[in-house]
Every structure is written in structure tokens, then in C-alpha cells.
Design a protein around this ligand. Structure first.
Ligand SMILES: Cc1ncc(COP(=O)(O)O)c(C=O)c1O
Length: 435
């Protein structure tokens, strides 16, 4: 029985358990259908912290869909999966290599695990002002000289750039390094024609945010262990339990399973095919308007990144009622996925048609400097800071972490040296750590 059917069936008993609402909405009838299936970990409904029954069976069924050794339903987004992955593989004193364009949860994971961090810079596209793939040769050159416990890579990136995970996984295996792939933005890769999830390409641990582009509700996500990985299910479960609520949302768990079943069904496959066909068609049409689009074999289809002059984001928001996902100096990102129908794409196209003067920025975006870590993040996290003016900040140790939202990626982390580049992100004063 699917989790959704289990919830729909409900129970005949009188429940003096949490939640107390008795499966009825009391404040807002709009949420009635949600309340109807909002149960807790009552008798027969299994336990997310030690799944042995219906949740476990559903997780096994979903793992088969991906060809994963194990799969975990996440109630708290990919964030939860990333934290648990790092807690699973690293302990105090271990070293982890991280691609710099990581989500903030990766760094937060290292603070919790108290492990040390080294960075590798991905390729950079100055025209679009975005990070691209990790060059496998660069990675191998680093792994040759330092022993790392794990390597964490974001693929696809926030902007949809996919790295060669198969090659990277082989290199990691050769050097005895565990590969963690933040595939939060790649939930459709396992189901789209000609694509593959990192889980089938040799990664050890992979997270997917099904809520980002696969049609699930916020913050539905999964964490998987690769079929040939030496990481054991119990180890991951134990670490997930450290950070997982004891009151998981059952509608959310049911949604995760339903969405995976949908994506794997012939109906879902057709829907993905149609979605990608439409996005490709509109990318061509947008190009005809004069906008440059981020393209290539390794660009995930559901992201539309267009190169443009500054101000397009506001123009679209204020005059055309369209909100983009992210803006940088030279490009705008539109996030699509299950739910993006042709009508929506047409609206974007029609709006861009009226904004042609913004097509293609001329300047190149300055690349971020290689970070200079003076104090490891897990140590810096606890250190007292003082305030200094921006004028005095250059070459001091940052006492602040600066993370623009979106994309929730650190420009500078607490404990790193403030370089010329970072001054643009500081207003008047900044916290620093005195040496
Ligand atoms: C690359 C990347 N990884 C991880 C996450 C965290 O995902 P979630 O919001 O599902 O916790 C995000 C969120 O924006 C992200 O962009």
C-alpha cells in the first residue's frame, strides 16, 4: 500500500495523540484536505527515525526506481540530507574537499561535524557570471597530494550546469574519497531521456530536492546511497536522526512517494518529455529576440539562464508581473519544472519581447578570488568578533559569513581573509576576528 493510500484509509480508533486536530481544519477550511491526512507516528504508521513498516517499504520501492542501495525520505529539504551526509562521513579532524559553489548547508555540515575544509574552484563563465562544472583533471591533481575523507560537489549547479560525475566518481574511488553529490537541482535527471542521476554514475551519497523542479511540495527531498557504496544504511539513518524532527509531516512523506511514482510512470515520462520540448522551443524563440541563453550538452533543461543587462529583473517584476529565480550582474535565471506549462513560457517570451533592449550584457563579471581560510569554519563559528569599518577591513579575518539569498552560496565565510573583491559586499562596517 502506498503511504498516501494508508493515510486516506485513516484509522477507526479514537486518537489521543499528536496532532490533536482530529484530522479537521479548525482555522482555515481551505486546508481541509491536508488536515484529513495529517497523521503522526501512530500505531501501524511506522516511524521515520527507525522505519520498519510502511515508510520502510515505500523507501525500498523508491530506492528501486533510482537503482540506489538505500533511499531516505527527507522532511527538511536537501539541507537535511547534506547535513546528514557530512555527519555520516566526517569526524573531528577529517578533511573534506568542497566545490566552492556549494549551498550554505554544506559548510554548516562541516561545522556540525567539526571537520576541516579545503576548496576547489569550479570553472567560471564570465559572460553569464556563473560557476560551471568541476574539471576532473583539476580534481585529480588535488587528490594526488592530499588525503580527503570526502568530496562534495554541486551538480547540477544552481544554474543547471552538470559535471561529469561518472569520471569524477572514478577518480574519487581511485583515491579512496567518498563522493557526495548535491543534486538538489537535478530531480528530473533520473527520469529524463538521455540524462542520468549521479546515483547511477557511481556517487556514494546523493540528495535531490523534489520540491525544486519535480512537482513536489516544499520541502520534499530524498537522500540516496549508491548501489556500490560502502556506506551503510544504519550509519546514515543514525546521523539523519540527529537532525530530524520527531513530528514528521506524513502528507509530505506521502507526497515524496507519489511524486517518485509519478515521475517513473509513463504519464510522468510523457510530462517530462513535453516539458523539455516546450522549454527547448522557447529557449530558441528567446534567442531569436536577441538574448543569449546558457546552452550546452551539460546544461540541465529546466533552467533558463539568459544573458542580459542590469534592470531586466525589476522590469519583468514591475511591468510584467514575472518573478525570476535569481539575478546576477549579467544574467537572469528562470526556474522551470513540473508545473511549467506552455502558457507560462509564452508569458515569459511575450514579456521578453517587450524588453529586447536588455538583451546581452557587454561587461564580464569578475570571478571570485580563491578563498583564503585562516581559521577553519567550525572553529571560527565560536570565536568572538569585533566591528571594524569597511576602510579597515582589507586583509583582516572575516568574522561574518556573507551569503546572498538566493542562491544561498557563501561569498565569504567566517574565518576567511577579506580580499579586495569582498569589499563590494560590505556596507559600512564588518565583523572581524582579531588575530
Ligand atoms: C544547490 C543547492 N543545494 C541544496 C539546497 C538546499 O535545498 P532545500 O531547500 O531542499 O533544503 C539548495 C537550495 O536552494 C540549493 O540551491
Amino acid at each position: 500500500m502506498t503511504l498516501l493510500n494508508m493515510l486516506k484509509k485513516g484509522v477507526k480508533r479514537t486518537l489521543f495523540t499528536t496532532p490533536s486536530h482530529n484530522q479537521k481544519a479548525h482555522a482555515d477550511k481551505f486546508l481541509d484536505s491536508y488536515y484529513k491526512i495529517d497523521y503522526s507516528e501512530i500505531e501501524g504508521f511506522d516511524n521515520l527515525h527507525n522505519p520498519l513498516g510502511e515508510i520502510f517499504k515505500a523507501q525500498i520501492r523508491c530506492a528501486k526506481v533510482y537503482g540506489a542501495k538505500s533511499l531516505f525520505f527527507l522532511n527538511q529539504g536537501s539541507t537535511q540530507g547534506i547535513l546528514a551526509s557530512i555527519l555520516t562521513v566526517a569526524s573531528v579532524g577529517d578533511k573534506i574537499l568542497i566545490a566552492r559553489n556549494c549551498h550554505k548547508s554544506v559548510l554548516n555540515g562541516t561545522i556540525l561535524a567539526k571537520c576541516d575544509v579545503d576548496w576547489i574552484m569550479p570553472e567560471y563563465d564570465e559572460n553569464f557570471g556563473i560557476y560551471k562544472e568541476i574539471n576532473p583533471e583539476n580534481l585529480e591533481n588535488i587528490l594526488k597530494f592530499t588525503q580527503y575523507k570526502a568530496f562534495v560537489i554541486t551538480s547540477p549547479t544552481y544554474d543547471g550546469v552538470i559535471s561529469d560525475i561518472e569520471k569524477i566518481a572514478k577518480i574519487c574511488r581511485q583515491y579512496g574519497v567518498i563522493l557526495i553529490v548535491d543534486e538538489a537541482h537535478g530531480s528530473l535527471l533520473n527520469f529524463a531521456e538521455g540524462r542520468a542521476s549521479a546515483i547511477s554514475q557511481g556517487a556514494d551519497l546523493v540528495v535531490n530536492s523534489l520540491h525544486k523542479n519535480a512537482g513536489a511540495i516544499n520541502p520534499a527531498a530524498i537522500l540516496m546511497i549508491g548501489e556500490n557504496s560502502e556506506i551503510e544504511r544504519d550509519e546514515v539513518q543514525k546521523n539523519l536522526n540527529l537532525i530530524t524532527t520527531t513530528s514528521p509531516s506524513y502528507p509530505l512523506l506521502a507526497n515524496i512517494e507519489s511524486i517518485i511514482n509519478f515521475l517513473a510512470s509513463s504519464k510522468g515520462k510523457k510530462e517530462i518529455e513535453k516539458l523539455i520540448k516546450n522549454i527547448r522551443k522557447y529557449k530558441e524563440k528567446i534567442k531569436e529576440l536577441g538574448f543569449e541563453i546558457l546552452e550546452g550538452e551539460n546544461i540541465e533543461d529546466t533552467k533558463i539562464s539568459i544573458r542580459c543587462k542590469n534592470g531586466l529583473s525589476e522590469e519583468l517584476f514591475e511591468k510584467h508581473n514575472i518573478e525570476d529565480e535569481e539575478e546576477n550582474e549579467n544574467s537572469l535565471l528562470f526556474l522551470c519544472g513540473i508545473g511549467t506549462n506552455e502558457n507560462k513560457l509564452k508569458k515569459l517570451y511575450n514579456a521578453l519581447k517587450k524588453c529586447r533592449e536588455y538583451a546581452n550584457a557587454h561587461e564580464k563579471v569578475q570571478k571570485e578570488p580563491f578563498p583564503c581560510t585562516k581559521i577553519q569554519p567550525h572553529k571560527a563559528h565560536k570565536i568572538e568578533t569585533t566591528i571594524t569599518s569597511k576602510n579597515n577591513a582589507l586583509h583582516k579575518i572575516s568574522g561574518e559569513t556573507i551569503i546572498p539569498y538566493p542562491p544561498c552560496r557563501g561569498i565569504i565565510y567566517k574565518g576567511e581573509i577579506i580580499q579586495e573583491y569582498h569589499l563590494d559586499f560590505i556596507e559600512e562596517n564588518v565583523e572581524v576576528i582579531d588575530e
